[in-house]
Design a protein around this ligand. Sequence first.
Ligand code: ADP
Ligand code: ADP
Ligand code: MG
Length: 653
Amino acid sequence: MFSSVLIANRGEIALRVARTARRMGMRVIAVYSEADAEAPFVAFADEAYCIGPAPARESYLVTERILDVAKQSGAECLHPGYGFLSENAEFAEACAAAGVVFVGPPPSAVRAMGLKDAAKSLVEKAGVPVVPGYHGANQDGAFLKAEADGIGYPVLIKAVAGGGGKGMRRVDKAADFDEALASCQREARNSFGNAHVLIEKYVLAPRHVEVQIFGDQHGNVIHFFERDCSMQRRHQKVIEEAPAPGMSAETRAAFGKAAVEAGKAVGYFGAGTVEFIADGSKGLRPDGFYFMEMNTRLQVEHPVTEAITGFDLVELQFRVAAGEKLPVVQGDLSISGHAVEARLYAEEPERGFLPSTGQLHALQLAGGEGIRIDSGVIEGGEVTPFYDPMIAKVIAHGANRDEALDRLRDALLGSIVAGPKTNTRFLTALLDHPDFRAGKLDTGLIDRNLEALGAVPPALDMQAVAAGALALVAEEKARVDAAAMARSGWATDPWNDADGFAKAPGRAGSVRVMAEGEEITLALDAAGEEAYGGEEVADREFTLVTAGEDVYVLDRGRQTRLTLIDALDVSFDDHGGDAGGNVKSPMHGKLVALFVSEGDVVEKGQRVAIVEAMKMEHPVLAPRAGTVENIAFEAGSQLGEGVRIMAIAEAAA
Ligand code: ADP
Ligand code: ADP
Ligand code: MG
């Protein structure tokens, strides 16, 4: 076995690989970008080397830097994790040339499966059913349209070099084809440097069922059963489980056989995943599924397979890379119970799933029976805008599906995250959705049920606001009391004493807060308490986290952030005046377009700018009608989250 490994990745997967490597007695070598200097995977490693600035193309994607570290540290092997360089055949070859064993499949297999068109042709020859469509070389627009017409709509146009759910367009009728093709090609060229596409029949009620395969360097290829990853948004997985609901032994054998054949067709060894699509409306059947693509790496959702089979897939990866035989044959494997994984993200489903980066003021992920947590961040750390904003993968294993789903839901609801917003509520609503519970799965379930899943702008939780306001006032009181005592001006305890209230200047008895961007005034007398449900507030178990001038009120996955504007006549300048008219950046990103100049008159809701973050454009809208003033940035500027871009002065009445 190897005595050292360089892990060419970051975050939860770097840590997960490192744990197994350490257990197997290896010296763990990490590489990290400047943005990750404080990350847990760096602290965990025996040695760590900074390989460049935050952007991945200047650090985690730079082959030379990584191989320099391999040489310098004397690493015997290199584990690429997933994403980054994990499916890059040239990188795997460069490792071999540098005398470092790449923990992954042979470069020839990576290359053969790298492009979706070539992969389909190849497995088709091996007798594996593929989605009907055109995956040839002719890229002429009129020709592709004729193919689509022949296949019959809806069709899916797919970038052959695509990945991560990008570079795909569903086309429902012939008239829309040309435009969809052009836009798909544009995205493919920009994101993958390759504009080639293929055309596929769009499978109705699609279910994504994939098979985990494993091969060794002695010609053995076996499978570790399937995972169902049909809960998707924008073709990206949200919840994954194993085994697939409704899978019979006969159908499982057919899936497994097809996956193993696909692997054998490319001389596969190491861990790989063969992705299939099935028409869910007819249930899973031995002759009702098609090959989509093969991922020649460890998959994000591999822990559910580990849970039901009892194997550490990363350990097997190391053993196979070192030349060992697989320690099991197909017949040795069996399924124990049911496992489900949720990807806990720093994002806001309520606002179009916008990433929500920033410091994690509190982070306590709830464990429990059958719960495994794979996380790459810790309390006090940061979710940066540079990488995938995943906070953790939470995996639950149970004796049956319901038990696994219940355990996962409880673990998510019992977790505390303050700072970035999370998709906790959305995930738990999905876990409890009647169709999902009943195993009626297809990739459209989430989109059809966005409202039921709570992915719509929420009303403020006024009880949370009240609880937070009281906490802010208590802090403020302590401050004001101290000042008052020092001046020996008014009563020492103006707050709890009705007379004291009356003596306090200005807005005594009320508090103004900024709650989730909304300015709210709450009365703090008995009438006010009634209005916001004083007694019920006392009954709810809020968790309060203070950070700087903010208080975060947490309640089973929901977060309400408050800042005090003023209480007892104390005002804070940065929130004074026209707070409602400030146009702020919704996130850390780049101001790519500015549509107005100072003096322009705008409507409420008018698009005034665009902020780009994580390669996605986010429109910035005028919060009210009025005149643009104080534009603080030029197009091209980098903006922090919440930074004021301009103000809209209210039109004179
Ligand atoms: P899985 O099926 O394992 O979930 P995904 O396709 O979602 O795999 O991708 C796994 C990881 O790799 C994710 O972090 C994703 O963001 C990243 N990834 C996948 N393909 C690409 C790509 N072409 N470019 C950049 N990142 C990618
Ligand atoms: P990626 O490399 O981005 O993972 P895939 O080919 O695996 O691309 O497709 C991603 C997702 O898109 C699938 O999981 C599935 O939900 C959907 N999809 C792909 N092909 C089809 C199809 N022919 N019909 C319906 N849905 C599809
Ligand atoms: Mg895929």
